[in-house]
Write a new protein. Structure first.
Length: 427
């Protein structure tokens, strides 16, 4: 190794590909795991077989495990809704084409009305056949909410190979460091600074802000490599500019800052690959059809992100109104929760309000954008037979987090009131 390569090793590419894949620990980003629910079953099975080949080298950071479990059901439901949207789109086709034909052939529609009707009739039959075929296909598909072989495989693949969580104190320290890095555009994570602002996960009675997720993951990978003294292969379907260096819209390679920081702190090497880069090295396990599906999903997802980035840039350039700008950039929305609980004594709205507001003020000391809480209804019923009060209310909280996460927080807040039990999310 020459002096330049020794000093600036992050600028020199490792040429022994076989050594890299034999000796390194493999870390999968959350998106790689969640995409298993987006592929066809055949492609997913092949990728799981590929992961099984490298099972002894796999390790999962706690942040990846957390994000996978929090987002798994959401992705499954998205895929089920997608099938419904396809059927709905198919249903609209004949009528939409009929409108176009009647408009374009307005001068001839009396003469050719029968031709148009016959053409539309043929389209309707074709549509009905496609919808029927799709419905049969869906009936044969597995409902991952009922029977999730993907989750079962992931659990087995990473048995006793999941990192530990950072403590609350460590998270708070990382957030301060991340803020400073984001302001200077130091990777990774600064691309999430605005996009995920206001959203969070509530876990182990602690708020984890989503905007810091990539940086928390990054620190967990670095700490693991330092302790274990191992090189790391990081496989991600993410193509954001705070992970990859791009030129002319093409991904050239990992950000040099990341390779340098990893090497400087761990004295080991970091390698980054896309899923297709991983798959192409194992053509004996994953066939060309599956590889094409993986590449198509990545391409379509990144094209959508590119369009969103362009729209975001256009919004800034044209200085549109703040309301439009905030709606297009997915700012926090108002979430409404119907909540019911039982108590031995009558609990006033003031007690409930104080408990929730005190809880949020305490938990949100370090979180940007304290949620606004509004009340619209409060009802108390008394069951004389069981001497139990049932209270029901709904609360509105401005945040980008999901209903379940908010409910867990409100539930913990209500538990501070004496004699409350059976807290439920009604709707």
């Amino acid at each position: 190794m020459g002096i330049l390569e020794k000093i600036f090793k992050e600028f020199y590419i490792e040429k022994n590909d076989q050594r890299i894949w034999q000796d390194s620990i493999i870390v999968l980003d959350t998106n790689v795991l969640l995409n298993l629910y987006r592929y066809s079953k055949d492609t997913t099975v092949q990728i799981l077989n590929l992961l099984n080949k490298y099972q002894d080298q796999l390790w999962m950071p706690h942040q990846v495990a957390l994000e996978y479990h929090f987002n798994r059901k959401k992705v499954i439901l998205e895929q089920e809704e997608y099938h419904t949207k396809i059927s709905e789109s198919f249903s609209k086709v004949p009528k939409e084409i009929e409108k176009i034909l009647l408009k374009d052939l307005s001068d001839f529609k009396k003469r050719h009305r029968k031709d148009i009707d016959n053409f539309i009739s043929d389209l309707e039959k074709l549509r009905d056949n496609h919808i029927e075929s799709l419905e049969k296909q869906l009936k044969n598909e597995i409902s991952y909410l009922k029977e999730d072989f993907i989750k079962e495989n992931i659990t087995n693949l990473f048995f006793e190979k999941v990192g530990i969580a950072f403590t609350a104190k460590e998270i708070e320290s990382l957030e301060k460091t991340a803020e400073e890095r984001f302001s200077k555009k130091i990777p990774p994570g600064y691309d999430d600074d605005k996009a995920k602002d206001g959203s969070f996960k509530y876990y182990n009675k602690y708020i984890i802000q989503n905007r810091y997720g990539d940086y928390i993951l990054w620190r967990q990978i670095i700490e693991y490599a330092t302790v274990e003294k191992r090189d790391i292969i990081f496989i991600t379907d993410e193509q954001k500019s705070d992970w990859w260096y791009k030129l002319g819209g093409k991904v050239i390679g990992p950000r040099i800052e990341l390779i340098n920081e990893f090497s400087y702190e761990t004295k080991k090497k970091l390698y980054m690959f896309s899923p297709i880069g991983f798959i192409n090295r194992n053509e004996d396990i994953v066939n060309a059809s599956a590889a094409n599906e993986v590449e198509e999903l990545a391409t379509s997802a990144n094209f959508e992100k590119m369009i969103n980035e362009f729209a975001h840039h256009a919004a800034n350039e044209t200085a549109r109104s703040l309301d439009v700008y905030m709606s297009e950039n997915k700012r926090p929305i108002v979430q409404t929760l119907w909540i019911k609980f039982e108590s031995i004594n009558e609990v006033s709205i003031a007690n409930v309000n104080n408990a929730i507001e005190s809880f949020f003020q305490l938990k949100y000391k370090r979180v940007r954008g304290i949620p606004k809480i509004a009340w619209d209804y409060y009802n108390i019923k008394f069951d004389e037979n069981n001497s139990i009060y049932t209270s029901q209310f709904f609360v509105e909280i401005k945040t980008d987090s999901d209903i379940e996460t908010i409910f867990f927080m409100v539930e913990d807040a209500l538990k501070s009131i004496r004699n409350i039990s059976n807290i439920e999310l009604v709707g």
